[in-house]
Design a protein around this ligand. Structure first.
Ligand code: 8YV
Length: 330
């Protein structure tokens, strides 16, 4: 009988996925669910035929250089692939796959939730009753900002950007977007979306800015200090993509000085560390900070796991992997 491939999974996955992985492969699980140390990652790539990492694993050129001869597939559990050096893997003949599509709706929901949370002060309001501080209704208390009729500027109009645009349109927002290229005219018409070739010009005119592009070398600090300063002082910014796309220190300064009205962030530059000044702003209810929960639904995580399994199966059986990531795609 052919030897079953060794699949090393770096974090705990939903039970149903771990069970299926064990049925199909010689699967090594991380029952402790602690992010692997660099040494443990090196050990993993030395022994595995297939590595299943997550966003908490930095699979850089140094780690890939340590890979044993058997490692042929990195089947990432997650869509974003910026923690894997895809070019180096590719050069070494290691295929890389991800899990696109299955977390689109959940992430768009969370983006919309952050927009609402910031504009309508939901987390702040939700603390009042448990704290026993509600003195009763007042016409001028806990006022937020209306969503309907405002301009939403989406930076990155891929799957998640479009899913956000559909939701936002239903909330009465006007849809604007900046992307490397236009979305197809049919979609632009459906969303009544306005394309901005110039990100600078778009930023200066938006009430709400949402970051929905992948993190690549080209998008690192795309929202730089200079660009953030172009935003209106009444504007808010939300990010459910990757922390590195916004210059977090600059954003923090602008929030502190009131040059930007608010922010809703689900991702950070140095996760799980968060700039203490941002945390302070959260305590003052000036920003809403979530711990990278965009795709955190039971259904989403099972779908992601199933995609991982489909990619491994296809690869092992000698078929084309459905979700291969090539350096040219980044
Ligand atoms: C995942 C994400 O939780 O898929 C992504 O890109 O950021 C998250 O939704 C994480 O990546 C899992 O590895």
């Amino acid at each position: 009988m052919k030897k079953r491939p060794v699949v090393v999974v770096t974090r705990r996955l939903p039970d149903a996925i771990e069970t299926r992985l064990r049925e199909l492969f010689d699967t090594r699980l991380n029952l402790e669910d602690k992010a692997l140390t660099r040494e443990a990652l090196v050990e993993a790539v030395k022994t595995a035929d297939v590595l299943v990492p997550t966003v908490t694993d930095e699979i850089d050129a140094g780690i890939i250089a340590e890979a044993g001869p058997n490692l042929k597939l990195i089947a990432n559990f997650g869509n974003g692939i910026d923690h894997v050096d895809v070019a180096t893997a590719h050069a070494r003949g290691i295929t890389v796959t991800n899990t696109p599509g299955v977390l689109t709706e959940d992430t768009a929901d969370m983006t919309m939730a952050l927009i609402m949370a910031v504009a309508r002060r939901i987390p702040e309001g939700a603390q009042v009753i448990p704290a026993g501080e509600w003195a009763g209704w007042s016409p001028t208390w806990m006022l937020g900002r209306r969503i309907t009729g405002k301009r939403l500027g989406i930076v990155g109009m891929g799957r998640i950007g479009q899913a956000l645009a559909r939701r936002a349109k239903a909330f009465g927002l006007q849809i604007h977007y900046h992307n490397r290229r236009h979305v197809p005219p049919r979609i632009e018409a459906e969303l009544e979306a306005t394309y901005w070739e110039s990100l600078d010009q778009m930023l200066a005119r938006m009430d709400i800015v949402s970051v929905n592009c992948p993190h690549t070398p080209a998008t690192y600090h795309l929202l730089s200090a200079r660009r953030l300063k172009l935003m209106k002082p009444t504007a808010i910014i939300v990010n459910t993509a990757r922390g590195e796309i916004i210059d977090e220190a600059a954003l923090t300064r602008l929030l502190e000085s009131g040059a930007i009205a608010g922010a809703g962030l689900d991702v950070f530059e140095e996760e799980p560390a968060v700039n203490p000044r941002l945390v302070k702003l959260a305590k003052q209810n000036k920003v809403v900070l979530l711990p990278h929960m965009g795709s955190a639904t039971y259904e989403g995580r099972i779908d992601m796991g199933e995609k991982v399994i489909v990619n491994i199966k296809a690869f092992i059986d000698g078929h084309k992997t459905p979700d291969r990531v090539l350096p040219s795609m980044l």
